[in-house]
Design a protein around this ligand. Sequence first.
Ligand SMILES: [Zn+2]
Length: 397
Amino acid sequence: MVASGFWLLASGFWPSACKYRQGGQVAVFKGFSIWGIRVRIDQSWFIAFLLFAWIISTAYLPLQVPDYSRFTYWVFGTLSSLALFGCVLLHELGHCVIARRLGIPVRQITLFIFGGVSEMAQTQSSSPKAEFQTTIAGPVTSIGLAAIFWTVAVLATGFLDRIIVEMFHYLAYVNFSLAAFNLIPGFPLDGGRVLRSYLWHRSGHLGQATRTASRVGGIFAMILMGLGFLSILTVSLIPGVWLILIGLMLKNAADSEYRSFELQSGLHDMKLREVMAPPIAVDTSMTLSQFVNDYVFHYHYRSFPVVELDRFIGMIDVRAIKGVPPQDWPFTKIGGYLSDPATYCVLNPEMEAMDALQTLLSRNCNKAPVVRNERLLGILSRSDLFKLISLKRDIAA
Ligand SMILES: [Zn+2]
């Protein structure tokens, strides 16, 4: 009974987050679109769907409305689980519809095992008010749905079959707990964004507001994990594991949201040419011994841009010369050991610094030459960018 009540509550524990322009892709089963908003369903969603169908069919419904056949429980359990995800989707659509109305372009909605994410195609909310309105729209939608399902359940009592009425009751509870859970003030949950918009409005400092809201988010995630451990010890295993997983996911999300916020604000409005480092290049006429002794051992880099008569012609990686016997190094030119162009990225100095970083991350490059009209102008590495952000922070503090 306790576990069943817990599950009723836990099925509303669906983190819903709004993301502002994030990189990274998840494996996607397929997508469709509602009101012009793309909806993607991650493969992991099916695990959650089956898990909830199973819990509702075998534990929740048999306790609430006994004496039905196993088949009937499964039919209504599956329908309830589908409806639950429909409600999560409507919650996300609530965010997106208001965002669009406020002129914030919406990229897509993703449903996955731990809830829903609305992605906006813009780095930040334009104002505290816009952030508040976009965020609160989700929980308001869920509370509205809870009220509708509850009214239907009340009106249908004694009129429709008991199990159908129970399904409406369940959906009313679930939507209510969905709103309540997401309103907990831990960033990046809706409540955390509401908190951030309030702090932002009060202090005028988005960075400070984000830092405080993320910290509260991290604390809340730890509390959730603590409750999960308690539940494993006292109530039952699966709800506890579920709480711990959601806590871990939230902790991770709070940290990565803050890091990406710092990055975005640190690189905001900067061109790549303003942040790239001066290039250290090798010439094709150089021998392998000169390359190793004067460059690799001296600068401690693994790869270098290669130039010929001042023209950029490629990159060389120290791993490429592994097969050459060291006694041949003084007589072998590096020109024959250039890397395959598909393995590195070349950047344009006029691109935005943030886009350059996205390119490095998405193509899995650690560093890249910056080239214009075949001339090597600089070099950009991920670690340099992160160092730059922390330098900017030190100067600002
Ligand atoms: Zn939400």
